[in-house]
Ligand binder design. Sequence first.
Ligand code: NDP
Ligand code: 8X3
Length: 258
Amino acid sequence: MTTSQNNKIAFVSGATSGFGRAIAFRLAKLGYRLIITGRRNERLHRISQQLKEEYSTDVFSLCFDIRDKNACEQAIQSLPADFQNIDLLVNNAGLAAGASSFEESDIADFEQMVDTNIKGLLYITKLIVPKMVERKSGHIINISSIAGIEVYPGGSVYCATKHAVNAITKGLRIDLVKYGIKVSSISPGMAETEFSLVRYHGDAEKAKAVYAGLVPLNAEDIADAVEFIVTRPKHVSINDIQINPAQQANTYISFRNT
Ligand code: NDP
Ligand code: 8X3
């Protein structure tokens, strides 16, 4: 499928799987030119090819670890001139690592979540915002979570990182409103991606059990939310979309078929 370009540039972090990949394809369908990122280069290459073939759009991929401040700087500096004026930043890269009770958790998991979900998001935003400010236009969408609203057993640090994402989202909105820059977030409940496989350090059985007896969200549901946010008129800003599976009331009450 091809589509006409709207000439806007979107930067999607963590586009090698799950939400980020689906968001990249949806934005390409909407005519965006894309910058996609992740650590898995082979996937980035394959997804770039697919995006170009399916939507005839320009794609620039950046392979780096978002936890590494220098790598973030080098990645943004390496953007060619015609990819530097980013209109839409989707801060999506993130993860949960572990689901044990606090006292049994691994400090390395805590560090990975804080370094990725908070510090990585800040590095990228700090590098991209100045040009938005200069141009007095832009839109940032932070992928938060229901975990940014509620706290559940075994989720203290993941929830803390997403609470931080919400505070950063609100703070950015306050500071950037004077430049006409919109700041939105999406706060999904359970969605089946590689998220649980990563959370359980590759244990596929534990990952599958998370969604037992219910129909979780999928990545396209989140791409739908992004599409809704970016297609509102100029005078409308969507602050947050909280979206759950129909069978999930909140983080600890779900109705599961037995
Ligand atoms: P996936 O595991 O499928 O995707 C995560 C993406 O983040 C991958 O592309 C991964 O790329 C990237 N990423 C992770 N760590 C790093 C890093 N250090 N540097 C660069 N990229 C990184 O999970 P989801 O799509 O589900 O998650 C996307 C976002 O949505 C996350 O922020 C997550 O917290 C949030 N979320 C997820 C929910 C769910 O239930 N699935 C619900 C609510 C929010 P690579 O491995 O190639 O580096
Ligand atoms: C992921 C959703 O419910 O595992 O952010 O926190 S949940």
